[in-house]
Design a protein around this ligand. Structure first.
Ligand SMILES: [Zn+2]
Length: 318
């Protein structure tokens, strides 16, 4: 069995170990019998499977499903160096694809995640636009302040000179002309500074609108994330797939698949259950195929981990 988890919230699942014994009884004569334990390893058998229940709501066709199953066998067959799992129509070992509320939840969860990604992207876009524009505004303000301080200095210089000459009852012609030129310059500069203030104010208004939009987007994201976490964040765990076996002599085996996020996810779940069919238990490495948990879109490589190999070696004595 492989379970799904979300938000790294881990629940430990107690697994029932499936014990599989194969005995061969040979009766010789009528008073003596010999019991042989099958000398072949459990892994020496060829596992013939067929497709049992097949629900179409997953959006996967039966022939695609068969291809994915074949894909999922490879990881074990490569390690064992032979064809272990063989598709045979009508075989007792059934692989069932069962659509129920688990997959419905998976799809809803994925939709919410896509929505969340879209809102996050919109937020990042607004945030970077805001930051760029804010930089531009800040540069403009600091240039303005510098220009204003130059203006104030010249203006105060001019005022002092005018007061000085007025005290003296008037300025000589040359000085008067210079002061008049300065007055005209100061007036023009003051108008330019005022129009700069107006342009900065309009920038500030745009900036505030952008900030408001950005904050609304952030709030929207937080709301969706909050409800997502409430709905899927804690303790949510499903059984993505399971391998079931009867330990009696009339072996009945099946694999049920209930949930998957994408093709890779499905193949991984099937590989995991085939591992159980070989008699393997769970491993502790989250990167293992035989790890007991998975996330949808889990980034587990389709290769065996060192722990998987140890476990395979234990049951198959390779
Ligand atoms: Zn398992």
């Amino acid at each position: 069995m492989r379970s799904l988890f979300s938000n790294n919230f881990l629940n430990l699942i107690v697994m029932k170990k499936v014990l599989q014994y194969l005995f061969l009884f040979i009766l010789i004569g009528y008073s003596t019998y010999f019991v042989y334990q099958n000398s072949r390893s459990f892994c020496d058998r060829t596992i013939e499977y067929s497709i049992g229940r097949f629900d179409t709501q997953f959006g996967v066709s039966e022939s695609e499903f068969k291809i994915y199953i074949e894909e999922s066998e490879k990881v074990w067959e490569k390690a064992l160096g032979r064809d272990v799992f063989v598709y045979k129509p009508g075989a007792d070992f059934k692989i069932n694809l069962i659509y129920d509320e688990r997959q419905v939840t998976t799809i809803q969860k994925q939709k919410t995640e896509f929505g969340l990604f879209a809102v996050e992207e919109a937020f990042r876009n607004l945030d970077s636009r805001f930051n760029l524009f804010k930089d531009e505004y800040d540069n403009k303000v600091s240039a303005y302040e510098q220009r204003l301080s130059v203006f104030n200095e010249r203006k105060s210089d001019y005022d002092k000179k005018v007061a000085l000459w007025n005290d003296k009852g008037g300025a000589p012609e040359g000085v008067y002309r210079d002061l008049e030129a300065e007055r005209i310059y100061l007036n023009a500069e003051s108008q330019k500074l005022n129009s700069e203030v107006m342009s900065m104010n309009s920038m500030a208004r745009e900036l505030n609108t952008l900030l408001e939009e950005r904050n609304l987007k952030a709030a929207e994201y937080n709301n969706i994330a909050k409800s997502y976490n409430k709905k899927y964040g804690e303790g949510l765990e499903f059984n993505q797939a399971e391998y079931k076996s009867n330990s009696s002599f009339t072996r009945e085996e099946e694999i049920n698949v209930y949930q998957f996020g994408n093709k890779k996810d499905l193949i991984l779940a099937l590989s995991h259950e085939f591992g159980h069919a070989l008699g393997m238990d769970h491993t502790e490495n989250p990167k293992s195929i035989m790890y007991y948990l998975t996330g949808i879109n889990a980034e587990v490589s389709p290769n065996l981990s060192a722990e998987d190999l140890v476990e395979l070696n234990r049951v198959c004595e390779i």
